[in-house]
Design a protein. Structure first.
Lengths: 125, 198
């Protein structure tokens, strides 16, 4: 009976250990996206950032779940280690999203001072 | 007495509020807009097109092998963007914005362009020929540094109209040319489509 309890406890601990980093990662990914307007049908599927030629390069992959075409405006905000903006706000980029489309938003930091980012996204019909 | 005191206090508060209200509506209807916002007043070339083109093309150029793989700051000379559309477009705004974006990256520098060359040579002549300046502090002639690459850009448009729809397709091309070899070493473009109904 004690062995069985130990076994179940071990299983729970392993499951928790596996779930914890995944949950933390999901929280971090979502935290990089600031949503405005009608964006509930946009799912953030993947987010990756690399330093290429000393400039931070970001690619966010999103999926449009709605069954109609929509329009979005988006822009990247470039931050330093302390979370301060390193440049003026970028211009809003308009983009048409087709129903069910998987698409990428790519941003390149304008200056090597940028070490972090957030993506602002505004959706409307 | 009590009523009079309250009335005076209320009037003072109301007057203060009127005088300092930052959101007082304007009688003329004038208001400030977002300079970075998407402008869709008409489908002619607008501020959003200018900003999107300049930002995206400058970033693409910084990723080109010529600049990205260089261990030193690359010296360029930018020529005015050519407007090959039927619209009037102040291309100097596009040129200046691309130049600023590139300069802020710290990867490139710009040799003086045609517009600034006369001022530059006048300044050098004034320092060296007027006899007014201490020669230890003057910038010497014959030390200007030439550019290695030329930046050239052009904007073109295809316009189609029907009874109800106007479709405008802009394409902005930017290229880097090695001056000594006379060889184009990088080129890219940015496309914008604008559709409006009547």
């Amino acid at each position: 009976m004690i062995e069985r309890k130990k076994f179940i406890t071990s299983l729970l601990l392993i499951a928790f250990a596996v779930w914890l980093p995944t949950a933390a990662q999901a929280q971090t990914m979502d935290g990089k996206l600031r949503r405005m307007g009608q964006t509930k049908d946009l799912n953030l599927e993947d987010l990756r950032a690399v330093r290429r030629n000393n400039l931070l390069t970001v690619q966010a992959t999103l999926v449009q779940k709605a069954k109609r075409d929509t329009n979005i405006n988006y822009r990247f905000k470039w931050l330093d280690d302390s979370g301060m903006k390193v440049t003026d706000d970028e211009v809003w980029n308009p983009k048409v999203i087709y129903a069910g489309q998987t698409f990428e938003l790519t941003g390149i930091a304008p200056t090597p001072m940028a070490t972090d980012f957030v993506i602002e996204i505004e959706g409307f019909k | 007495m009590k009523f009079a005191t309250c009335a005076v206090l209320a009037s003072a508060i109301a007057l203060t509020a009127c005088g300092t209200n930052p959101r007082q509506p304007s009688e003329s209807g004038v208001r400030y807009g977002d300079a970075k916002g998407v402008e869709t007043v008409t489908n002619e070339f607008g501020s959003t097109d200018l900003q999107v083109i300049a930002e995206n093309m400058a970033k693409k150029m910084l990723q080109s092998p010529v600049i990205a793989n260089s261990s030193t700051v690359v010296r360029l000379r930018i020529e005015d963007v050519r407007n090959l559309t039927s619209e009037y477009i102040d291309t100097r705004m596009i040129t200046n914005r691309i130049r600023r974006q590139l300069l802020n990256s710290g990867r490139v520098e710009f040799a003086v362009d045609d517009a600034g060359l006369q001022t530059q040579t006048d300044g050098l002549a004034r320092q060296n020929n007027s006899g007014l300046y201490d020669s230890k502090t003057t910038s010497r002639t014959g030390k200007m540094e030439a550019e290695k690459y030329a930046v050239r850009g052009s904007i073109r448009a295809i316009v189609k109209r029907s009874a109800n729809v106007k479709d405008v397709f802009y394409t902005f091309e930017l290229s880097l040319t090695d001056k000594q070899r006379g060889v184009e070493v990088w080129s890219d473009d940015q496309e914008i489509r604008k559709v409006s109904g009547r």
